[in-house]
Ligand binder design. Structure first.
Ligand SMILES: Nc1ncnc2c1ncn2[C@@H]1O[C@H](COP(=O)(O)OP(=O)(O)OP(=O)(O)O)[C@@H](O)[C@H]1O
Ligand SMILES: [Mg+2]
Length: 261
């Protein structure tokens, strides 16, 4: 896999499972290297399906996903996925450090090197002092930080996160949003982040993509919210961006309600 890629490109992507309707319909999207893309859309519209396709867990029915001109065929260590599940994701019998080292087992042969890389990733997420703890000793936010460290340690091209903070309480969740934004600023990893929450998306995103309601979801709009690095949901520009996204999603709800009548 080439290291000097510039864009992840999704072209003419559609997805239909063996049973049921078309889920995603003609999705076209580019993600620049180093971007923080947030994907928003109504519940059940196909956000997780879209990221499963990007991760390579599912093949497209039509269309192509590629790094520049190189198509993705199946999962690979260049794309790491972090899910919302904080209770079952870690091995309870391994320490934080061992949990993080473990994911490198098939990729890095030297044990000391695995340890060094795992330590670096744990330092990045602020867990440098908690490496000998077991998962049962961690808060929800700390568990999710271990998961992020396990993603970072692979040094992937893209970190894919499917509602990673949905199971956290509101205060921890907000803190994690700012922490992740800070981490992204320090590492400049490309992030694709799925959420229902407009504020969450706007705290972090350099680009937002809004999906329509399904079946046959398509992209309603994709844009750079144009917010300063130092973002506050109370700022006028933040509120404007919020309203723009909300009206897109709101119109969609109204449309689908009127279609249903
Ligand atoms: N393996 C599958 N086989 C058949 N249908 C599926 C499969 N996976 C997902 N679907 C269907 O695809 C649609 C989109 O599901 P998906 O989980 O992608 O939505 P979502 O936007 O992530 O929803 P949520 O916001 O609730 O997380 C749903 O109708 C779901 O039933
Ligand atoms: Mg989902």
């Amino acid at each position: 896999m080439q290291d000097n890629w510039k864009q992840l490109k999704i072209s003419g992507l559609s997805k239909k499972f063996l049973r049921g309707p078309v889920i995603l319909s003609d999705i076209n999207l580019t993600v620049d290297r180093g971007a923080f893309l947030c994907i928003l859309g109504p519940s059940g519209c196909g956000k997780s399906t879209l990221v499963d396709l990007i991760a390579g867990f599912e093949p497209p029915s039509e269309g192509v996903i590629s790094f520049d001109a190189t198509p993705i065929r199946g999962p690979g260590p260049d794309r790491v996925v972090i899910f919302q599940d904080i209770s079952n994701a870690l091995f309870p019998w391994l320490t934080v450090l061992e949990n993080t080292e473990f994911v490198l087992k098939n990729f890095v042969r030297n044990k000391n090197q695995r340890r060094d890389q795992a330590m670096q990733a744990l330092e990045l997420v602020g867990l440098g002092g908690d490496t000998q703890k077991f998962p049962s000793e961690l808060s929800g936010g700390m568990k999710q930080r271990v998961q992020i460290a396990r993603g970072l340690v692979m040094d992937p091209h893209v970190l894919i996160m499917d509602e990673p903070f949905a199971a956290l309480d509101a205060i921890t969740r907000r803190r994690m949003q700012y922490e992740l934004k800070d981490l992204w600023e320090r590492t400049h990893k490309t992030v694709i982040f799925v959420t229902h929450d407009i504020t969450e998306a706007l705290i972090m995103a350099t680009k937002v993509t809004i999906l329509s309601s399904g079946p046959g979801a398509h992209i309603l709009d994709s844009f750079d919210p144009g917010l300063a690095s130092d973002r506050d949901p109370a700022d006028a520009e933040f509120i404007n961006a919020y309203r723009r996204v909300e009206s897109l999603i709101g119109n969609e709800h109204n449309d689908s309600e009127s279609h249903a009548e």
